[in-house]
Design a protein around this ligand. Sequence first.
Ligand code: ARG
Length: 458
Amino acid sequence: MALWAGRFSKEIDAGVNAFNSSIAFDARMYRQDIRGSIAHATMLGDCGIITKEDSLQIVAGLQEILSDIDSGKLEFDPNAEDIHMFVEAELTKRLGDVGKRLHTSRSRNDQVAVDLRLYLRDEIAEIRKLTKKLCCVLVKTAENHTETVLPGYTHLQRAQPVTFAHHMLAYVQMFLRDLGRLDDTTKRMNECPLGSGALAGTTYHIDRQQTAALLEFDAPMANSLDGVSDRDYCIELANTLSIIMMHLSRFSEEIILWCSWEFKFIELDDAFATGSSIMPQKKNPDITELIRGKTARVYGDLQTLLTMMKGLPLAYNKDMQEDKEAIFDAVDNVKLCLETFIPMLETMHVNKENMRAAAAKGFINATDCADYLVKKGMPFRDAYKISGTLVAQCIEKGLTLETLPLEEYQKMTPLFAEDVYEAISLETCVKGRVSEGGPSPKAVKKQLELVKAKLGMD
Ligand code: ARG
């Protein structure tokens, strides 16, 4: 018989029970559910709403259930409606009437809200750790490559020279913002809905400050209707996770390109690549492609949550049971992606020579050639035009700006002298980009210091 059987004259239809049940996916919150119940029972005892003895028995019973589930001695009943019903029914099985007192002045509506906040708070802490680890790995890679020159791209066309360190540190900045977003999400969600009851609070003189403190929330939620019907934190988290995935996906796309024969900027470790069932020569970057693919499903989870909530009247509606599979899927996949991406990055081999060779082609010093004339007094627009004309001549003659004879330069303007070659050499072009946040080794060292301080690295 269901716990709510009193009003009903029939057992629930088996198909409906299966349709309605969430235990298959909410059982993973059993620790949080039991923790919440322990806080609630403790408060009920302290406030004299149930006796101290009953409260102590309930707490002991819940702890026993927790260790029995942990050890595998107690298995979830797939016919239970949800994890909340399962734990309460099990407690009553063990304690009889005492167990039936646990749900005094509580509803599954505030219970599930508290469970989910506790669960996601822990998951965010995990994701935070992984994101921070990723930043540290990127910083270490950057430290080894402050002098490694590669072409920077716009429109995927070679544009201006940068260093590999600079490129890695751009990603560090993105992931640092993700850490900030994870912290913001945690901060806003860290209020306790327990005591909201079904929607309208309770007539018992409960102590919401106490349960909030026991569960390490900053405060009780201020409004009981909002307490049970708010899922903003799921949406905020799914949004934060979508942005993390977007960053991982852009990075993955670059790694996919860099692994190709056309680029050959990096090579993945054999343990982090896959072969083809038919083409013996293949070494495929499956991990990064899968991360790019999984980004789609995390975006989908965000859409699920937003759409699920858009038409819901206050307060709780059963639609909201759909929140869990979506947010769990997002959390699980982000963790999986980070856990795989980090060691792949740590073990990849960087082909400095190929990066440099690519930087030597594609006229990525054309801006520097114009800047040379600007430094000699010519307005930038005129210098730009001359540099462009010289590039066109080089393309026609099969030359580079480095190999074009000085006479050709001087035909354009007598401002050109022998020192132009020094001014447009790759080394000068990179070293000269000393502006704050720029790619020169000097500017990158400054960036490194700043991010290391933020990450607490020595
Ligand atoms: N399994 C439900 C959920 O995940 C728990 C809350 C049920 N509340 C209710 N009034 N039926 O949303």
